[in-house]
Design a protein around this ligand. Structure first.
Ligand code: APR
Length: 248
């Protein structure tokens, strides 16, 4: 594994444009369950009943049962060494952007400045009827949270069946098709259109460095360097190896 870590560090140091793509797995060690691992969120809540825009419009109170549980968990979560390691690479000028599927705000709290939120953010709420916006904290003890117009509010996360924010999609595609190295961390890469991005990068000759507890649909196909293990450990090792090579 040390040789692979060293190889990944050299790729990052030699790359003129590196991006990181992240999924729920990067926040598991902060106490937030992922979706598809054993015991993940979709083991307890059927995404068809809780994670589509149709389910939300049909029965918002029911969907808020899951959302409130997640809100509590995210509230208690803090960035872990994987989040801070990516922020450090950005500060060192070695990472351009984080493109995340996560809505937990932990990359921003870790200090990453250029974060593209592909699936929105859970920290703000919008009224689908009168378009008023609220910080989630204003409605934290309300179940379900209502707008002053009386309607139930929706978190600014992207449900299945909703469009990806156009700016996030455009910027992500532009970065994926011009990067020289791509770190992909803690995602099963089964949800599109996010999972098109690593393939776009591969097509332009980028080196794909994957960090995951287990192999994914990408590993044997497009991943160049597979750093199997926990995100906190592998990201910290890569950052340390980069620093050692810089100091060498
Ligand atoms: N370190 C590294 N990888 C981990 C860790 C960890 N500590 N814990 C879990 N993983 C890996 C799992 O092995 C899995 O491959 O993270 C991945 C998480 O995959 P998913 O649960 O499918 O989460 P994600 O890929 O982010 O899902 C994408 O699906 O339901 C939608 O909108 C939701 O944004 C989400 C999207």
């Amino acid at each position: 594994m040390d040789a692979l870590i060293d190889k990944a560090a050299r790729i990052i140091l030699g790359s003129k444009l590196t991006i990181a793509l992240t999924g729920a797995g990067i926040s598991v060690e902060s106490g937030i369950p992922d979706f598809r691992s054993k015991g993940g969120l979709w083991d307890r809540f059927d995404p068809e009943e809780y994670a589509t825009i149709y389910a939300f419009k049909d029965n918002p109170e029911k969907v808020w049962r899951m959302l409130k549980e997640m809100e509590q968990i995210v509230d208690n979560a803090r960035p872990n060494a994987a989040h801070t390691g990516l922020a450090e690479l950005e500060q060192m000028g070695l990472l351009k952007s984080v493109l995340t599927q996560n809505v937990d705000n932990l990359h921003q709290e870790a200090g990453s400045r250029d974060v593209i939120e592909y699936h929105g953010n859970s920290r703000s709420l919008t009224c689908l009827w009168c378009n008023r916006k609220y910080d989630y904290k204003e409605k934290k003890d309300k179940y379900p949270p209502r707008c002053e117009c009386g309607k139930i509010l929706k978190p600014d996360v992207i449900f299945f069946g909703e469009a990806i924010p156009s700016l996030a999609m455009a910027r992500s595609s532009q970065l994926a098709s011009t990067c020289q190295a791509l770190l992909i961390i803690g995602t099963s890469a089964v949800v599109s259109p996010f999972n098109i991005l690593p393939r776009q990068a591969k097509q332009v000759g980028a080196t794909i460095i994957e960090i995951n507890l287990e192999k994914t649909v990408l590993t044997d196909g497009i991943t160049d360097i597979f750093l199997q293990g926990k995100a906190t450990e592998r990201v910290s090792q890569v950052v340390s190896a980069v620093k050692a090579l810089q100091g060498a």
